[in-house]
Design a protein around this ligand. Structure first.
Ligand code: HEC
Ligand code: HEC
Ligand code: HEC
Length: 85
């Protein structure tokens, strides 16, 4: 986490995407207070787990299902689920 924040604690770290600018700033205190505050950044951003920085520019989308496998099943068994297919 510390390694990542070397760069991502900079409020000005941002990239241009199309017309807009996307901030890459990560606030450490908010992060620690979030539901995921205890887990390492690379647990989600798997491709950022490199021996030496910089990491690749394109870090593939995060897969919530690797840890929250049950979510889809819980939903399917809940009151809200309608099988319309
Ligand atoms: C040496 C500085 C540096 C360090 C250390 C660093 N990053 Fe980055 N990160 C960047 C820069 C610069 C970008 C923008 C890359 C680009 O798109 O040009 C970026 C982009 C990202 C993105 C967005 C990528 C995308 O696909 O749009 C994520 C997510 C990210 N970093 C996560 C991490 C994580 C997790 C770590 C720690 C394991 C980390 N970074 C460490 C500099 C750094
Ligand atoms: C629980 C999973 C999870 C953890 C842990 C996590 N991230 Fe992310 N992060 C995401 C998701 C989801 C996105 C949205 C973009 C995507 O899907 O790749 C994102 C986006 C980003 C971005 C791109 C800017 C943005 O706001 O879209 C950066 C930079 C980033 N994360 C850095 C970090 C750093 C640094 C840490 C550790 C302090 C971290 N992340 C921990 C899931 C996570
Ligand atoms: C590396 C494992 C990991 C990944 C990947 C991950 N999470 Fe989590 N998530 C956790 C842990 C650990 C907790 C804390 C569980 C607890 O307190 O019961 C948590 C808690 C949560 C919570 C709080 C509610 C609850 O069930 O306790 C939500 C909502 C959540 N995660 C959503 C997401 C989403 C959305 C993604 C994808 C962007 C994601 N998570 C990816 C590990 C992960």
């Amino acid at each position: 986490m510390k390694g990542c924040l070397m760069c991502h604690s900079d409020p000005d770290l941002a990239v241009k995407k199309g017309e807009g600018i996307i901030s890459l700033f990560v606030d450490e205190i908010s992060y620690r207070n979030s539901v995921h505050g205890e887990i390492e950044c690379i647990a989600c951003h798997i491709k950022a787990d490199v021996k030496g920085f910089p990491h690749p520019e394109d870090l593939s989308p995060v897969n919530c299902g690797t840890c929250h496998k049950g979510t889809q099943k819980v939903y399917e068994e809940s009151l809200h689920y309608r099988d319309d297919t």
